[in-house]
Ligand binder design. Structure first.
Ligand SMILES: *Cc1c(COP(=O)(O)O)cnc(C)c1O
Length: 359
């Protein structure tokens, strides 16, 4: 079978050029006589790879010098614990629950201190982002945690929430590098890499330097941001190969115009799909317009059997992984950076035909 249009929420598509480059270098990286998978993470060859990956990521995201970049393992889910263990000094932190992952982060934080949910959109099945104002945040909370793009419900923050002078922590797993963000507005940004940056196994953390070294004493060494920062993400073996692929992806994004161009392209792709959904008599988008994600487009027909039929016929036509998350049903088209505009356009054509045939 040829390559399909893969709308998986994660792990998800990588740019073809990146896959081809990785394939070309698979057995012999840059004259080293070995694969990146096989080399010591302490070797000069690998040292150059991780340093260049970080430099390119900093350039792409415009990360200021007073922020550290950490390349970790454990997925974004491990960060749900790492964040409170590192940042809760008073033992208090405030959470916005706008979907399933932010709910999990909140639940995890409650294990380690007084975590409070200050706003949620659960009343309307997470179809919107609750409004946040500084007066909602507790005076003595150490930070406010948000999930910037809700992968399962297809919503995102239209702008950076205003939490006053509080440290803002954001899970950006499903939107990182999809558009420019002002890193200075955040204390910590973290993301599992398998949605928009790399294969699974890598978690990226961007942290402001003054937030290092405040972890509670009984924190597992592996979760202490300071340990990882002091050792340039090499306290133990980092996810070497995933970091290398992330580096190729960052180069690809830079070569293609950086995050300004990514945003432009992503907006165009999302508009193709949302414009069709808005006028369709069969398919309905589920997220409120103002909060629509550029990355995860969720929709339903309103008939579970018809949803199933759609996903099946779509897959047969080469549009795969359109089934919504098991917790919500319906459909979800994840259209990360690597999804070409042609893929979305072709999907819309297919949906038009399906609508015609299922009136
Ligand atoms: C996928 C995802 C997670 C979970 O990531 P893992 O790397 O599987 O732990 C957390 N948050 C968001 C927003 C996600 O999209």
């Amino acid at each position: 079978m040829d390559r399909v249009y893969n709308f998986s929420a994660g792990p998800s598509m990588l740019p073809m050029e990146v896959l081809e480059q990785a394939a070309k270098e698979m057995t012999n990286y840059n004259g080293s006589g070995m694969s990146v998978m096989e080399m010591s993470h302490r070797s000069p060859v690998y040292d150059a790879i991780i340093k260049e990956t970080e430099a390119d990521f900093r350039k792409l995201m415009n990360i200021p010098d007073n922020y550290k970049v950490l390349f970790l393992q454990g997925g974004a889910s491990t960060q749900f614990a790492a964040v409170p263990l590192n940042l809760m000094k008073t033992g208090k932190a405030d959470y916005v629950v706008s979907g399933q992952f932010s709910g999990k982060a909140y639940k995890e934080a409650k294990k380690y201190g007084d975590a409070k949910c200050i706003a949620t959109s659960e009343d309307k099945t997470f179809s919107y982002i609750p409004e946040i104002t500084p007066d909602m945040v507790r005076e003595d909370a150490d930070y406010v945690h948000v999930c910037y793009n809700n992968t399962i419900f297809g919503t995102k923050y239209p702008e950076v929430p205003n939490v006053g002078d509080k440290v803002l922590v954001a899970d950006m797993s499903s939107c990182i590098t999809s558009e420019p963000v002002d890193v200075t507005k955040f204390g910590v940004i973290y993301a599992g890499a398998q949605k928009n940056m790399a294969p699974a196994g890598l978690t990226v953390v961007i942290i402001r330097e003054d937030l290092l070294g405040t972890a509670r004493e009984d924190i597992p060494t592996m979760l202490d941001y300071k340990t990882m920062a002091d050792n340039d993400s090499m306290y133990n073996t980092p996810p070497c190969y995933a970091i290398y692929v992330a580096g190729l992806v960052y180069k690809w994004a830079l070569k293609n115009g950086g995050l300004v161009a990514m945003k432009e392209r992503n907006e165009k792709k999302a508009a193709l799909l949302y414009d069709f959904l808005d006028q369709s008599s069969l398919f309905k988008p589920t997220a409120e317009k103002k909060y629509r994600s550029l990355m995860n487009v969720c929709f339903v027909t309103g008939d579970a059997e018809l949803d199933k039929k759609f996903c099946k016929e779509a897959a047969e036509a080469g549009f795969v992984n359109l089934k919504g998350h098991r917790s919500v049903g319906g459909m979800r088209a994840s259209i990360y950076n690597a999804m070409p505009t042609e893929g979305v356009a072709a999907l819309v054509e297919f949906m038009k035909k399906f609508e015609e045939n299922n009136k």
